[in-house]
Design a protein around this ligand. Structure first.
Ligand code: FAD
Length: 312
């Protein structure tokens, strides 16, 4: 027999939290059920108050950045979801360094850096995520450039206190950092850039965007690379070789342009995407003996669905 969940605690009205906000409105793939509570606090004090309330009533607190690395259950999440868009959107240049709020989008930051004749962030031009999100996965591109290389320090909210964490205290590896899963809320970061003429920065960002347009389904809703590259190989190569390009479940399918992308036609549900992921994993495992591990993160209640379950 399944017991129904306890009723949601009522949030104090002055926290400005919205009930049952559809997360499909906030994820890059445009899918996902409702958040029990959703807030866009106006400043750090409001962030701290919401975090304290969530802790007090025992509701999990999650931060939503650009929503570009998330797959959210059709049933939604029983949690308080925070967007730091208003509280942490500041950018301040200081010589070759820049202080960027956690909610600043990487493409916007790359453009602003170029306007200040500063390079180093060009790789971020096609990554539709925030500074805070990039600091969870050490976001980067295929040639090895990544956010971790630029970080001087990170400001976080830890156990209700604002703490500045020096770079040396953070581990950055391939698509992972020690901030991920730590419980810290990233509020902002200080990055060190390199002097570079604006025209050169912009020529490079154009080249990088053109390369993406040729190789990725940029016009359709998607989640970026769905699976991590296994050691010494590429997930996209394995998926294509396993005959999965175009594989469809409901309204979701493997992109015919890039096999490690799943796209949809506007009629799909998250369940359809999970169906495609599961079949891709099955075919790749059968053909190559490799279990593909998702790069995208699952948000849902209870045990994660099979594509996200730990390998046995
Ligand atoms: C079209 C496309 C192309 C992409 N290309 C790349 C690429 O080239 N390289 C690459 O690395 N990735 C790529 N991605 C994946 C994605 O953009 C990155 O992982 C990005 O860093 C996610 O940032 P986000 O703000 O969207 O995070 P979200 O998806 O909103 O969240 C991801 C995780 O970060 C956490 N988080 C977000 N903000 C904070 C914060 N302030 N404090 C604490 N936790 C936080 C969330 O709680 C969640 O756990 C791509 C995605 C898409 C859709």
């Amino acid at each position: 027999m399944t017991s129904s969940p306890a009723p949601l605690p009522a949030a104090p009205p002055d926290l400005g939290l919205v009930r049952d906000e559809p997360l499909a409105k906030h994820t890059y793939i445009r899918l996902g059920g409702p958040a029990a509570y959703f807030g866009t606090p106006e400043d750090l004090t409001a962030v701290e108050r919401i975090a304290a309330w969530a802790h007090e009533v025992g509701l999990p607190l999650r931060v939503l950045g650009g929503g570009s690395n998330l797959l959210v259950s059709d049933s939604g999440v029983r949690a308080v979801i925070l967007s730091l868009r208003r509280a942490c959107g500041r950018v301040a240049f200081d010589g070759v360094e820049v202080e960027a709020g956690a909610a600043v989008m990487l493409p916007a930051l790359a453009r602003q850096a170029a306007e200040h004749d500063l390079g180093g962030l060009e790789f971020g031009i096609g990554i539709p995520g925030t500074v805070g999100g990039a600091l969870q996965t050490n976001a980067g591109i295929g040639d090895g450039r990544c956010i971790g290389d630029l970080i001087r320090s990170v400001e976080v909210l830890r156990d209700g206190r604002r703490v500045t964490v020096p770079r040396e205290a953070i581990t950055f590896t391939y698509r992972h950092t020690s901030l991920r899963g730590s419980g810290d809320i990233v509020l902002g970061a200080r990055l060190a850039l390199t002097p570079r003429p604006r025209a050169e920065c912009e020529a490079e960002t154009r080249r990088l965007l053109e390369a993406r347009q040729r190789s990725q389904p940029t016009a359709e809703p998607n989640n970026g690379s769905v699976f991590r590259n296994p050691e010494g190989d590429h997930a996209g190569r394995l998926i294509e070789a396993a005959g999965c390009k175009g594989l469809r479940v409901g309204g979701a399918s493997v992109s015919t342009l890039h096999a490690n992308f799943i796209v949809h036609d506007g009629t799909a549900s998250t369940a359809d995407v999970l169906g495609v992921m599961g079949e891709v994993q099955r075919r790749v495992a059968e053909r190559f003996g490799v279990r593909l591990v998702p790069e995208v993160e699952w948000w849902g209640e209870g045990a994660p669905p099979p594509p996200f379950a730990p390998a046995v």
